[in-house]
Write a protein of this length. Structure first.
Length: 268
């Protein structure tokens, strides 16, 4: 039995109330150590919570507000933003998604000569007074939890513009599936951003990788760039690279570093 199939059966068994490693091992006809490894992998993906002797299905609370997200992983976001800004060339047109990591990135664009298209209302005070940045705000319905615009108007507006690069955020990034979000409104706007950009850059700290707790998804292009603080030997980074990502590993307190064996293409 393949590990992916085994983990799927484990989730089914946990849903039925079986939480003990020994019981799960007998049910799947594998060793207890194999079950523990699978449960650890599911725990890393935020699908289960480990307990003494077993695990339970993870229950996910309500979506965090923008203020709550601003307080989380702050140093990691700063490192990711510093690595991502190295990709930007003066004179480019950028699409900036909603999200706090993208907001950290936007702060580093001050003083640059750019055109910025964004649905991210939180970054307007950051860039609105920059003399060399042409700031285009995409209209639509305001989603208060993320302070981003969504809906048909946002999608239609986005489809009338093109960009050199889109800098994206997400609640989760999963190999072979794409970007995980809390609502279809967000997913459709992200799809329009990706369609209208020559290059796609996803900014995601390690807690977002492999995370699939939300129900709406946006597919990623065949080739894209991932900027993260997770290490190059992290299984999730390796899986994402195999599915088309070109990882850039953001080093805390130092210059950005490419993951081993990868390159960054600024032209698609």
């Amino acid at each position: 039995m393949r590990s992916k199939e085994r983990r799927s059966l484990l989730l089914h068994a946990l849903h039925a109330g079986e939480v003990d490693v020994g019981v799960l091992a007998d049910r799947l006809a594998v060793s207890a150590s194999t079950v523990r490894r699978d449960l650890q992998r599911l725990s890393d993906e935020n699908a289960v919570l480990r307990t003494y002797g077993g695990a339970v299905l993870a229950t996910h609370g309500p979506e965090k507000t923008l203020d709550q997200r601003l307080e989380a992983q702050d140093l990691e976001k700063q490192a990711i933003a510093s690595a991502a800004v190295e990709l930007v060339k003066d004179g480019e047109t950028l699409i900036l998604d909603a999200g706090t990591t993208v907001l950290a990135f936007a702060r580093l664009l001050r003083g640059r000569r750019l055109r910025v298209i964004t649905t991210n209302l939180a970054l307007l005070p950051v860039l609105a007074n920059e003399p060399d940045i042409e700031l285009i705000v995409v209209g639509g319905s305001v989603r208060a939890l993320s302070m981003g615009t969504v809906g048909p108007l946002a999608i239609e507006c986005m489809r009338r513009m093109t960009a050199d690069r889109a800098f994206m955020s997400a609640d989760g990034v999963v190999a072979g599936r794409g970007l995980c979000e809390a609502s279809l409104d967000q997913a459709f706007v992200k799809s329009a951003m990706i369609e209208q950009s020559r290059d796609v850059v996803v900014l995601a700290d390690a807690t977002k990788l492999g995370r699939a707790e939300q129900s709406a998804w946006t597919a990623l292009p065949r080739s894209w760039t991932l900027v993260t603080n997770a290490g190059p030997t992290d299984e999730r980074v390796i899986a994402l690279a195999a599915s088309g990502a070109q990882p850039i590993i953001a080093q805390m307190g130092s210059a950005p570093k490419l993951a081993a064996g990868t390159t960054v293409s600024l032209q698609r």
